[in-house]
Design a protein around this ligand. Sequence first.
Ligand SMILES: [Zn+2]
Length: 313
Amino acid sequence: MSKRPKPLILQKYEALTPRIPQNFPRLSEIQYELAKSHKGYIGEIKVDYYLSMLAQRYTILPDVCLKVNGQTFQIDNLLITDHAIYLIEVKNYNGKIIFNTILNQFTRDDGENETGFHHPITQVEFQQIKLQNWLQERSLLNRPIYYLIAISNPETIIEVIGNQEAIAKVVARGEHIPKKIMDIEQSLTDRSTLPHQKLGYEIKRECINFDKDIMAKHGVKMSDLLPGVQCPECGRLGMERIYANWLCPRCNKHSKHAHKRAIYDYLLCSGNAISNKECMRFLKINSRSLATRLLQSSNLAYQKEHKIWIKLK
Ligand SMILES: [Zn+2]
């Protein structure tokens, strides 16, 4: 089982949030999205722990993102066996969640408010259809696709109004997912001619990195961002360059490489390119040649015709 990398969107929010000025009108919306994607990632790692029990038998692909008919779709986990494919979505909810099968409605009650949410089963059904289409286009649709919803927070209370059995078939706490998969596997007898490793390889080969322009989403421009090198110790922006070191005027921390994080953050926000001039402004340094040296040592490639530095693949 390959280790789950930190999602690009979460990396982007981590880079962006500390650089948004306190008086930026949409700051709280950005902070909310950061907290949400961080919580989602932690939940996914919790469920990975349980899924890893099956990693020796089957192919498990975390964070699968594919394109079909010009649309991108993303799946938290794909588990592939010789008999079937399991699409496992991880959901993180506080408080109580209520599935109402009579009204086909899904709500969450956090003790204060009852809020309507996108129905997680409808969402996962759409993903199932998209995955079916993707496989069909490549003549790889040769085993059934099941879906499961893993509730990652052990404190979430799951309530069902109506058909409990139907919900229990697809919704379970993270720790119960492996047993659910094993039970379905035992009921299946048809074996595909394409081994799970091969199908896993075919899917992985076409996976793309799920991306979103979060700057545009929240109406942030590069010029809105607070410049400065961030102190790895206390988080303050504005380390000062003293000789060949960065020094934090608040906590006195020294760092040789703190600029790398700042340059990386800039690239995450800007869409992968930085000019020498922008680097000087962003790191708050006055020397052109120092900027060039720092960019050179940051694993970037220089594009002469556009006079910019871009991230190496
Ligand atoms: Zn500091």
